[in-house]
Design a binder for this molecule. Structure first.
Ligand SMILES: NC(=O)c1ccc[n+]([C@@H]2O[C@H](COP(=O)([O-])OP(=O)(O)OC[C@H]3O[C@@H](n4cnc5c(N)ncnc54)[C@H](OP(=O)(O)O)[C@@H]3O)[C@@H](O)[C@H]2O)c1
Length: 345
């Protein structure tokens, strides 16, 4: 395909920079690339295919002449710019949560439900990074065994909150360096804080990602996305799901511990068989020989890594596993670029 003109909105962010890198790495068939961010970044130079491209500030008419835009500049920006651009004929792939649960907008992991791209009306939503990490293996398991119940605990990296999250973690680590013994009896008032995470993240884990559910369920909005998005992507409206989302002091790579129950009987070996050739993922699963996935193994690569597959005693319909993916790549940028590749093909 020739003649595709692409815009990356939020090009200077954690996800946007990864999108630009992937468009280059994957030789995306584009004729022209426009980089857009806030006025703060106007004129900043970013490298693409051996050239320096100048970042433009988002302004009215930004979408004129653009065929496909990959947008990751937060929900408020998406809400403001995408419906109008789509009405004018542009195709938008949105990384924000804004349109994910809109019944008129497909929510797509290409390895699982590429067929849903057929009914888009100009906007396609990219799922939540943690949901993608769980659903890449759960999709093929659901096809073979019929998913009915899901409990997850996620271990989410600082870059899930963007570059500012990574900077805040790094500053806290720096402040505590050499003072580790004080953490045996920490003085709460002396711990380094910040604006991104609700508590000190360095040398800690924080069981709150995003904000409380406004409906008062006791879950966070991040936790509700797991069930909502699994139901939509897998097409299981009555899937029962409960999620816990925890921020951990990791730079990149979200891990998910999943406990799933299926209609059909399942075993660890049958699950491995169903997952061995599954697209977008790789089994790293041999506890005896020390093969299991960690965020550092998943950072910077494309595949979701899946391991620790096991069955709880006495329940032939249940399965546990641990999966990890780079939240900025498969969790965001890569999945969005794959959607765009399908759309222009
Ligand atoms: N991080 C993840 O793992 C992840 C995963 C999935 C989805 N997402 C989603 O992706 C989006 C971006 O996340 P991120 O982590 O990349 O955040 P980030 O590192 O903070 O980057 C935000 C980007 O948006 C731009 N931006 C902010 N306000 C803008 C405005 N008013 N007009 C134009 N551009 C604006 C920023 O430009 P400046 O540099 O000029 O400020 C920057 O390029 C969010 O919607 C998030 O929900 C993130």
């Amino acid at each position: 395909v020739n003649g595709v003109r692409v815009a990356v909105v939020g090009a200077t962010g954690a996800v946007g920079r990864e999108i630009v890198r992937l468009l280059e790495e994957r030789a995306f068939p584009l004729d022209d690339l426009v980089l857009v961010a806030s006025a703060r970044s106007e004129g900043r130079q970013l490298a693409f295919r051996g050239e320096e491209l100048s970042v433009r500030a988002l302004a009215d008419g930004w979408h004129e002449g653009i065929d496909v835009a990959l947008v990751s500049a937060g929900a408020a920006v998406s809400r403001e710019i995408l419906p109008q651009a789509a009405a004018a004929g542009m195709l938008g792939v949105d990384n924000s949560p804004e349109f994910r649960m809109d019944p008129a907008v497909p929510l797509v992991i290409p390895e699982i439900n590429a067929h849903d791209l057929a009914w888009h009306r100009g906007i396609v939503a990219n799922p939540n990074c943690t949901a993608i990490t769980a659903l890449v293996p759960l999709g093929p398991l659901h096809r073979s065994f019929g998913l009915r119940f899901l409990v997850t605990s996620s271990y989410q990296s600082a870059s899930g909150s963007g570059m500012k999250g990574v900077r805040e973690l790094a500053e806290q680590v720096e402040k505590l360096r050499g003072d580790e013994e004080s953490l045996l009896h920490p003085d709460p008032g002396a711990l380094p804080g910040g604006e991104v995470f609700p508590r000190t993240l360095a040398y800690n884990v924080v069981p709150v990602c995003a904000s409380p559910d406004p409906n008062g369920s006791g879950f966070t909005t991040e936790e509700l996305k797991m069930g909502d998005e699994a139901r939509k992507i897998l097409g299981i409206p009555n899937l029962e799901c409960a999620a816990t989302a925890v921020r951990v002091p990791v730079v990149a790579g979200h891990g998910v511990s999943a406990y799933a129950r299926f209609d059909a009987p399942i075993s660890a070996d049958a699950a491995r068989e169903a997952l061995r050739e599954a697209p977008g993922m790789r089994l790293v699963d041999d506890l005896e020989s020390g093969a299991f996935p960690t965020p550092l193994d998943a950072a910077g690569i494309d595949e979701v890594l899946v391991g620790r597959i096991r069955q709880p005693a006495g329940d032939g319909h249940a399965l546990l596993f641990f999966s990890v993916a780079d939240n900025l790549r498969k969790g965001a940028a890569l999945n969005a670029v794959q959607i765009a590749e399908h759309l222009v093909a």
